[in-house]
Design a protein around this ligand. Structure first.
Ligand code: NAD
Length: 329
């Protein structure tokens, strides 16, 4: 990267404008005009330049922001614990470097919980005395959209828990592949624009003004985060998933506690070839430090937790990116 500071400043300005425009299309309007691979490539270049010229990082840089603007039609929900984004790697070598670094700091080989990275959008569910009282999107990480009425239409979200717990869980709301194919076929037959991918279809379907539309879209969830785990005597990520499953939440059956990079590599290989056979989309796998106390100790940057990383699969987007989709339809 043989650029001087002046050239870097100009390129950074251009990248910020371009990427922030794409973020608005993707997060706020659910209408991406470029593929995730294209986005990730530009984002990496932005990160590289900012690492070389840290004095040029600005507060409106996409590297400092989670998600994007909130849709005005929904109530706002503050997240006392922010809902963050996630760091990512694109090769086993990079993943190995991330693991080595954490193991070296801990002076031992840590246990990791390895999960599928579901291609949807984050959702927070709050229960009081065992009753679902509020559901919200990630939004900009600190404030999300209140989508309670719509989430009440998702079949696998429990309205009532088997115990009168006051609890918050978080996870992914997604559109199964079959529902996505069906929705796009109907839209095409009706002469409407189709959704670019299941992730955008899920986001557009969850953020609807009419909960009946959400109901017809056949959304589903996988729940993977337990807030305040100490309160429930849970100390590990795999324990949290088992506990949430016991409460009736939909959890993904493929997560596994693993230690060595070789085992994680085998998991990646397996799901790289099995992903087409799954009934839902995944865009990678997530590796999380299994100890929840250690997760808390490691904390987060302004944008991503330090205790988890996404290994992203190579691009596989064959769907045509379309413009002009109305998110409200
Ligand atoms: P991300 O989607 O890469 O990763 C973070 C998210 O992963 C979490 O918020 C959570 O919702 C989800 N997730 C799924 N399975 C999970 C699991 N098992 N455990 C924990 N989290 C899980 O990050 P992001 O900030 O939501 O989005 C950034 C990505 O979105 C980019 O890398 C790019 O691929 C895509 N994007 C594309 C465009 C575009 O125009 N095409 C624009 C913006 C973003």
């Amino acid at each position: 990267m043989a650029v001087d500071e002046k050239q870097a400043a100009a390129e950074l300005q251009e990248l910020r404008t371009q990427i922030n425009g794409w973020r608005d299309e993707y997060y706020t309007r659910d209408t991406p005009s470029v593929t995730d691979a294209e986005y990730d490539q530009k984002y990496r270049r932005l990160e590289e330049l900012e690492a070389a010229f840290p004095q040029l990082v600005t507060s409106d840089s996409p590297t400092q922001l989670v998600g994007d603007a909130l849709l005005p039609d929904f109530g706002k929900v503050e997240h006392p614990v922010p809902m963050l984004s996630m760091g990512d790697v694109f090769s086993l070598e990079e993943l190995g470097g991330w693991i080595d670094h954490l193991n070296a700091d801990a002076e031992r080989d840590l246990d990791y919980n390895v999960e599928l990275k579901i291609d949807g959008l984050s959702l927070a569910l709050e229960y009081t005395d065992g009753k679902l009282v509020r559901a919200s999107t990630r939004g900009n990480g600190r404030v999300g959209e209140d989508v309670t009425a719509n989430v009440m239409q998702i079949a696998d979200v429990p309205m009532t828990l088997p115990k009168p717990l006051t609890i918050e869980v978080r996870g992914e709301c997604y559109m199964p592949k079959a529902a996505f194919a069906d929705l796009n076929a109907k839209r095409e037959a009706a002469g409407e624009t189709t959704f670019a991918n299941p992730r955008n279809a899920a986001a557009g379907s969850l953020r609807q003004l009419d909960p009946q539309v959400t109901e017809r879209r056949k959304l589903a969830t996988f729940i993977y985060t337990l807030m305040d785990p100490d309160k429930f005597g849970v100390t590990t990520q795999d324990g949290a998933i088992a506990y949430m499953a016991s409460l009736g939440f939909a959890t993904n059956p493929s997560s596994q506690a693993l230690t060595s990079l070789a085992d994680i590599d085998a998991y990646i290989t397996r799901y790289t070839s099995d992903r087409d056979a799954l009934s839902y989309g995944i865009d990678g796998i997530v590796v999380k430090v299994n100890s929840l106390h250690l997760q808390e100790e490691l904390g987060a940057t302004v944008k991503v937790p330090r205790w988890e990383i996404a290994y992203k699969f190579p691009p596989e987007e064959s769907a045509t990116i379309v413009r002009d989709i109305e998110w409200t339809v």
